[in-house]
Write a protein that binds this ligand. Structure first.
Ligand code: V47
Ligand code: SF4
Length: 399
């Protein structure tokens, strides 16, 4: 059966729900779904229904290709002036002795430690502190580029940027241009959380608001800095809030085309002020990836951040609209392990990541930050390329 026939069957036999049928018809002809359709999917569609639609779209856009990149993280500090209720960092400001603040030398030492490794990206993200200011970060970016000119620096959430640019008394455009001139290559997607103002007031009242988050990304795109977008889901938000969040992103993407990928981040409830909020199920995670793939028709890529949901769920997500599983993350990324993420040691070698993708029936393709193909591993003998190890324990599937 072709994938079109799968959708036809979905329309004709799988459901008698007219709203769901009409959404499936739209997907088949490549028509954009409406806000109401998005809410209907969340409220009424089964995992298999949204999964079939999302996989159809994913396959049309990317076939079986699944991207990853070779990157490492630097988290300059785990202290933060803000008080996001879901974050395992913020409360540490009250216990400064338990926190860390890196010196510029320490940050550069991390870059030096990757000197002979084929990484293409460094992802700089952390808490917000007054002493970590715009000029200090710009100097570090310049030094990173001197050490390693080809390394792409993906850095700073809109929250960090809003704070450091405001403190530097610059406009958003001036601040971003300043960092771009220093060598900043793109912006990660953090800090978006949930755009709805009422929910934001409940979970992260004191940081950069939604309009400013969107303005920073819009300005970045206008200056030629691409970016990602995230959603923090599965806490106190409603389905309508999730669709509203994606609607605001879809509108901005129509204007600028500057977003590379959308990254749903599952709320984890350990070591933060929202420990009483239950985490959602894996089924809800997969439904959420799928609906994101269906709704965000103008986003090229949907990413599963595997340290957060674990390797096996990341594999599953590849059949629910996801076509990117981030990088090898060869570093100590603490924010997630503190929040109760699946992976306490979020490191995978390139061979492991390729095997993870192959055993899920997909084709691993190494990319750079802006999705240029570096290497397609479809027909590569991984043992010959990387050496034999113990990891392969599942058959490699060829679809
Ligand atoms: O904005 C904080 C999230 C984000 C928790 O662009 C939590 O490639 C779940 O945005 N449970 C920062 N999530 C990280 C981020 C990111 C990660 C990976 C790749 C990219 C990219 C961006 O981390 C924050 C917040 O939404 N976060 N606490 C928590 N308890
Ligand atoms: Fe600070 Fe970011 Fe944590 Fe909020 S989510 S407290 S801004 S580190």
């Amino acid at each position: 059966m072709t994938r079109e026939e799968d959708i036809q069957q979905l329309i004709e036999t799988t459901t008698t729900n007219e709203q769901l049928r009409s959404i499936a018809k739209k997907i088949l002809v490549g028509e954009r779904i409406s806000f109401e359709d998005g809410v209907t999917l969340y409220e009424q569609a089964s995992l298999s229904f949204v999964g079939t639609l999302a996989d159809y779209i994913r396959t049309k856009k990317h076939g079986s290709v699944t991207y990853f990149n070779r990157n490492f993280h630097i988290e300059p500090t785990n202290l933060c002036v803000f008080d996001c209720k879901f974050c395992s960092y913020s409360r540490l400001l009250k216990q400064r002795s338990e926190g860390w603040v890196m010196s510029s030398d320490e940050m550069l030492d991390i870059v030096r430690s990757y000197q002979n490794k084929p990484v293409t990206e460094v992802h700089v993200v952390g808490g917000v502190l007054p002493e970590l200011n715009l000029r200090w970060f710009a100097d570090i970016i310049r030094d990173i580029k001197i050490l390693r000119p080809e390394l792409h620096v993906k850095g700073f959430t809109a929250v960090e940027l809003e704070y450091m640019i405001r403190k530097a008394k610059m406009s958003i455009r001036e601040g971003l241009q300043f960092l771009k001139d220093a060598g900043l290559g793109s912006l990660p997607g953090g800090g978006a959380e949930i755009f709805d103002e009422t929910v934001r007031a409940q979970i992260c009242a004191d940081k950069c608001d939604s309009a400013t988050w969107l303005e920073i990304h819009k300005t970045a795109h206008e200056l030629g800095l691409p970016s990602n977008a995230t959603i923090l889901y599965g806490h106190v938000e409603s389905y309508t809030n999730r669709v509203d969040h994606m609607e605001r992103l879809r509108k901005l993407q129509d204007e600028t085309g500057g977003f590379n990928c959308f990254i749903p981040l599952k709320f984890r409830n350990k070591n933060n002020q929202m420990e009483n909020v239950q985490e959602v199920s894996v089924i809800e995670d997969l439904r959420n990836y799928a609906i994101a793939r269906i709704y965000l028709d103008n986003f090229p890529h949907i990413k599963a951040y595997w340290p957060m949901i674990g390797r096996q769920n990341a594999q599953l997500s590849l059949n629910f609209g996801v076509n990117d599983i981030d990088g090898t993350i060869d570093d100590t990324t603490k924010i997630y392990s503190m929040a109760g993420a699946e992976e306490q040691s979020p490191v995978m070698s390139t061979k492991e990541i390729c095997e993870l993708i192959l055993t899920a029936g997909k084709i691993p393709v190494e990319r750079d930050t802006v999705y240029h193909t570096i290497k397609n591993y479809a027909n590569v003998d991984l043992d010959a390329e990387f050496g034999v190890d113990h990891f392969v324990n599942l058959p490699i599937i060829n679809n």
